[in-house]
Design a protein around this ligand. Structure first.
Ligand code: G6P
Length: 370
């Protein structure tokens, strides 16, 4: 087993370090063209369909649901197609309004999650077209779908998803760009810019990971004893907050809440006291000043802000006790980087508590029952 971990102390840490390669694999031959993404590969959906699609529904569970949320922001922003993102276990029992012309995307790393498969089947019965985004060839999801887009993360053993999540996000970016091109909602120069930035992601991940564990360890030691963490974010930073909070609760068993920062005053702010760490996703974006005012609200209650921010932003340091920096990319692409320090924070806290991060209690890698 030690050999399989390739020198890392756990599978999860190994898989976090495989993220640059995993994303590189996932985008490689799909971004050969400088001004557009190519997804017309074996098993993919008919592109005529993508060209005409008017409504998209994403169904998924757990971490895959968070990838779907990021997909919503990018598809709506770039391709101007409305997207709903639904927890599969809810959607399947909701008598959903679906029919011909709708595209349903099932995101499932394993391709075997019972609720996601059931939601995909229901969508098909109602006449929608179904696309599976999965990491496993030959999985049930590939058989239940009209088309498949594979993430190419390689085998993931750690129960808490890491590299498969980054690859799902990468696929959602690719799909959003392809849709934008087919639907004529984005001009070629903008597409060129975004594709150039997409190709920078693997290098940016590697750069970010360099020395990051050492930077995060003292943060984990300082805040690890806390019994509760709040995570906040806005817009595309919100799914990052949700995913960071999920990682921490999954592997460290610390209670977390993740909230749209603007909703904080409608509830979670009551939870804050001098002992509460608040993780704020504060990468550069058009809503950053709003996030900053939420950080100020947090500090006014005596709580502590741990911010994830874009390299080069000097202002954030004035509003946070700890700043975890990620390389600068187009603001819509920042989530794929911003989640990494939060994976490592959860990891370091869990390890400091002496826990088994690869196999957390009560959790399974694949949930094949309801
Ligand atoms: C389980 C795993 C999670 C995963 C979720 C959905 O809860 O522990 O890591 O995100 O299932 O799995 P899927 O294979 O459908 O992406």
């Amino acid at each position: 087993e030690a050999a399989e971990k390739g020198g890392f102390e756990t599978f999860m840490l190994k898989e976090i370090h495989e993220q640059a390669d995993a994303v590189a694999e996932t985008i490689a031959d799909r971004t050969v063209r400088e001004d557009g993404v190519d997804l017309d590969e074996p098993g993919a959906l008919d592109e005529e369909l993508l060209k005409g699609v008017k409504r998209i529904v994403v169904v998924a569970c757990g971490t895959s649901y968070h990838a779907g949320l990021i997909g919503r922001y990018t598809i709506e922003e770039w391709a101007r197609v409305p997207v709903e993102v639904e927890v599969a276990s809810e959607y399947r029992y909701r008598n959903p309004v679906l029919g011909q012309g709708d595209l349903v995307i099932g995101i499932t790393q394993s391709g075997e999650t019972a609720d996601t498969l059931a939601a995909m089947r229901l969508a098909r019965e109602r006449g929608a077209t179904v696309l599976a985004v999965t990491n496993v060839m030959g999985s049930q999801a590939t058989r239940d779908a009209d088309g498949v887009l594979f993430t190419r993360a390689g085998l993931e053993i750690g129960v808490a998803a890491t590299k498969t999540f980054l690859c799902q996000v990468a696929v959602m970016y690719l799909l959003a760009l392809r849709l934008a091109e087919l639907q004529g909602t984005m001009d070629a120069p903008r597409r060129r810019e975004l594709i150039a930035d997409l190709k920078r992601i693997p290098h940016a991940i590697a750069e970010l990971l360099e020395g990051e564990e050492e930077r995060i360890q003292p943060v984990a030691e300082r805040f690890g004893p806390s019994s509760f963490f709040l995570y906040i974010g806005r817009h595309i930073g919100l799914p990052v907050a949700l995913e960071g909070a999920l990682k921490l609760k999954e592997i460290s068993y610390i209670a977390t809440d993740a909230y749209a920062a603007g909703e904080m005053k409608h509830g979670p702010i009551a939870l804050l006291d001098e002992a509460t760490p608040v993780v704020a996703v504060a990468t550069d974006s058009p809503v950053l000043d709003k996030v900053v005012s939420n950080m100020q609200e947090v500090r006014a209650r005596g709580a502590h802000v741990i911010a994830v921010a874009t390299e080069g932003n000097t202002e954030i340091g004035e509003h946070a006790e700890v700043v975890l920096r990620v390389p600068k990319l187009d603001w819509m692409l920042q989530p794929i980087l911003a989640v990494i320090p939060l994976q490592l924070l959860a990891y370091a806290i869990a390890r400091t508590r002496g826990l088994n991060v690869d196999q957390p209690r009560n959790l399974a890698k694949t949930v094949t029952v309801e």
